[in-house]
Design a protein around this ligand. Structure first.
Ligand SMILES: NC(=O)c1ccc[n+]([C@@H]2O[C@H](COP(=O)([O-])OP(=O)(O)OC[C@H]3O[C@@H](n4cnc5c(N)ncnc54)[C@H](OP(=O)(O)O)[C@@H]3O)[C@@H](O)[C@H]2O)c1
Length: 369
């Protein structure tokens, strides 16, 4: 019998991989699959994009390109790799593939944070695997750590720098005294921030990742709309942080970081979670995490605190997680949550911090030492 989560190709045939999207991440995955990345029995069957000429100019194999992702899934796929991003058509295509029993690998934190519960239900019903390691911390294997390696040590809290763009901006501002606007422009010039940086700088991207982490750490899909992404100054994410506040924080032995924090509440009760510009000890690991790097600390009952740090974005790094998920599907290891019971649902309530740091701008930052 074929185990759940594994779509069987014709006997003796390689597994046909359909890649949806050939941008920063998709291109790297396509290149790896086309150059025989070392994993036998995987074959690139097609690459779906909107602009065929652009993809061809970027070196994507013209014989494999299509602008019809639904047909590619229906006719030429044993596994679907979704790297288009955005809500639609990604959500519909993932749901359709899972519903048809096809395993899916995705990096799409936006879709997972809003539709994860529904996609999990579809995947459990059809027996198809859904894996999404690349959706948090790029290639750094945080989800597998939470969902597999830490199943014997109950996590009761986690906190982390999960967005490289904002961490780069905050470290640049602190190091050089640059304004928020100048540091954002530097991040855009360096390719670390998108032309429209809203979801990064307002903390939406970090809140999406918090929801995905909470599913695996606490067993519940959080209502994404309930996750607060602003500190006490009213502005979301890091958009209210000014250089003077960073300098004053440094004078008090503090650094400002955008932290995603969550603590397990009572069984079936709300989860204490928020994404906020937070004042941390200047000697802490979070303060020492600079530039686009990410860091997450997980507090467990049997193991104490576990820390993982690494690159949180970038085409090659993120592709590494996608390829690892493909290998896991080939190895019939099921979904990212395979070792965990089905999820419940929960809302998030922003916890009241023990103390606040007030900057010269009047903004207040929760203090976490
Ligand atoms: N970039 C990173 O470092 C990173 C890190 C972690 C996770 N992720 C996630 O990975 C996913 C992909 O990100 P990315 O940075 O690679 O995106 P990207 O550079 O914007 O590429 C998106 C690709 O998807 C294609 N596409 C978009 N909508 C489509 C549609 N309706 N039909 C067919 N093709 C479509 C685009 O084709 P056209 O160019 O023809 O429009 C493009 O090839 C996102 O979910 C993102 O959140 C990215």
């Amino acid at each position: 019998m074929v185990p759940p989560g594994y779509h069987s190709p014709m006997a003796g045939q390689p597994l046909r991989v359909a890649v949806l999207g050939a941008g920063t991440v998709g291109r790297e995955v396509v290149r790896a699959l086309s150059t025989g990345w070392g994993q036998p029995d995987l074959e690139l069957s097609g690459v779906a994009v909107r602009d065929l000429a652009k993809a061809e100019a970027a070196g994507m194999p013209s014989s494999r390109l299509t602008d019809a992702p639904a047909h590619l899934i229906a006719d030429e796929a044993d596994v679907v790799v979704e790297l288009m991003g955005g809500e639609e058509p990604a959500r519909t295509l993932i749901a359709a593939a899972l519903g048809a029993g096809l395993p899916v690998v995705t990096a799409n934190k936006y879709v997972l944070a809003r539709h994860g519960a529904e996609l999990e239900r579809i995947a459990r019903e059809s027996g198809a695997a859904l894996r999404y390691e690349a959706s948090v911390m790029g290639g750094t294997p945080i989800l597998r750590l939470l969902a597999e390696d830490l199943v014997g040590a109950r996590a009761h809290a986690f906190e982390g720098i999960v967005n490289g763009t904002t961490n780069y901006i905050l470290s640049e501002m602190a190091a050089s005294g640059a304004s928020y606007e100048a540091a954002l422009a530097a991040a855009q010039n360096a390719g670390y921030a998108e032309a429209d940086p809203t979801s990064d700088v307002e903390g939406g991207d970090a809140a999406d990742k918090l929801v995905i982490l909470a599913r695996l750490a606490f067993g519940a899909w959080l209502d994404r709309g309930s996750v607060v992404n602003r500190s006490d100054h009213g502005k979301p994410g890091i958009t209210g942080v000014v250089a003077e506040d960073l300098a004053a924080a440094a004078d008090e032995g503090l650094a400002i970081r955008l932290l995603a924090r969550a603590r397990r509440g009572e069984e079936r009760g709300p989860i204490g979670a928020a994404v906020r510009a937070t004042a941390v000890d200047a000697r802490s690991g979070f303060a020492g995490t600079v530039g686009v790097r990410n860091r997450i600390e997980i507090v467990t009952d049997r193991l104490g605190t576990i820390t993982i740090e690494g690159p949180g974005a970038g085409g090659a790094a993120t592709a590494a997680a996608v390829l690892a998920d493909l290998a896991a599907i080939q190895g019939r290891r099921g979904s990212t949550w395979a070792h965990l019971p089905p999820a419940s649902s929960a809302t998030s309530v922003a916890p009241e911090p023990a103390s606040w740091f007030e900057g010269p701008s009047g903004a207040r930052y929760p203090v976490e030492r």
